[in-house]
Design a binder for this molecule. Sequence first.
Ligand code: SF4
Length: 497
Amino acid sequence: MMKKASKIKSISESQVRGPIHSFSETEIKSLRKKLLKWYDANKRDLPWRNIKGEDTNHKAYAIWVSEIMCQQTQVATVIDYYNKWMKKWPTLESLSNSSIEEVREVWAGLGYYSRGQRLLEGALKVQNELDGQIPGTAEQLQKKLPGVGRYTAGAIASISFNEATGVVDGNVIRVLARLRMIGADFTSKNVMAAMWDLANAIVDPDRPGDFNQSMMELGATVCTPQAPQCNTCPVQSHCKAIKQMDHLTRDPATKLTKSILSQPPLKKEEIQDIECAADGCTLCLDGPPDTNLGVMNYPRKPKRKPLRQQIHAVCIVERQLSQESEYLVVQRPDTGLLAGMWEFPSIEIAEGISPKKMRNKMDDYLKGTLNMTLKNVQKRRHICQFVHMFSHIQQTYELETMIIEEEEGDGCERSQESEDTPHHQWVSRSAFENQAVSTGMKKAFEAYNGRAITKKSGKKSKKSEMENGNAAKQRKLDSYFTKKEEKTSRYFTKEDS
Ligand code: SF4
């Protein structure tokens, strides 16, 4: 009985939302005006914002591609991929005539590889079942197109078809959380429902696409996760998070400096504006805000699940032919992590396994699974230990190389492939570089070629930050090669599945 009662209580509690977390009509009007004005003057020049012509179907295709690419990936990284994609497949029809292999090649390095596959599936569906016409409403887009969720559907519908529907992505969540002091875990259903309600309430009915982009742009460039630029924010006057911090930092109880204490205290109505009147409100922070964090108290980060740890032995098998070397690559299964991508022979191994056992296991795989004979192995050595981050897995690669001196047909003959044998092939260096290969394997190849993992120039991406963060651990591989096998270097890269 007790259990049942508490369950009923928690359901009713999940509906409690204090009024300070919503916008009044007057605020909405002002917010729209300010944001659109700011967006018109400050929006970044992005290729998908320059689509010419009145063809909404074509515009929807371009927005669809850009939105899918921008999921979990920084805009700066996406631009080159987007341009390459649109050059190769300028229309949805041209995309529908391509193969999954071509799509993987263009997508290689962008991460979350199933996104490209979904785009191709969507293009085929539109061509074959929808008469070449992309659905014109968010509801139909979400219903009919594979890989199109509520956010992407809202973005395509508002930007391409002018539907007055809101969008909620990571940037919008942050902006709304700060504007309305929403500090509860944003991954909860209740908070996400509140976010969607707010986004739909404030979207401008005349310029929904621009308004949605202005919210996302503000989150990406001004109201950033770290060090938001509140002083230049066009909607600062509507921001409750900054008002709250302003109030708290004038409170003698927070022991702040004299100069701040000398400022006049907030008026009563201003304080009411930042204090939630609802008992048990499920959108509020679950405790007092940390004044050291300032507005960054919002949104509250959900507790991250610990990353799954995996260790993989990776072997770069090179066969030296009379003209040039070739490398053995294996295709991953069509589903799951890095679906359909090519990689060097790779097997999961247990933690703490000895180098000898690791080699034996790799031999078993090369012989038993890929049917190689390994008759003419000339050199074999361990190169480095290589840590590669996925969104949910920390994968440690033990990277080794094996050189096979081989006349045609000798040394690594393969018996007839059975159905269980993974698809594998020998490729030249240039073919490898143009193949659908994951970032982790590209980095492994760089390490093999004696090149240290380098950061990209320009704006720091999360990827480069991670690489920079571990820069101390990155030594030139050349120095490693002169040392004994046991001495390994450790490298860090990042990618999404
Ligand atoms: Fe974000 Fe600061 Fe603007 Fe508030 S004032 S919305 S915290 S940038």
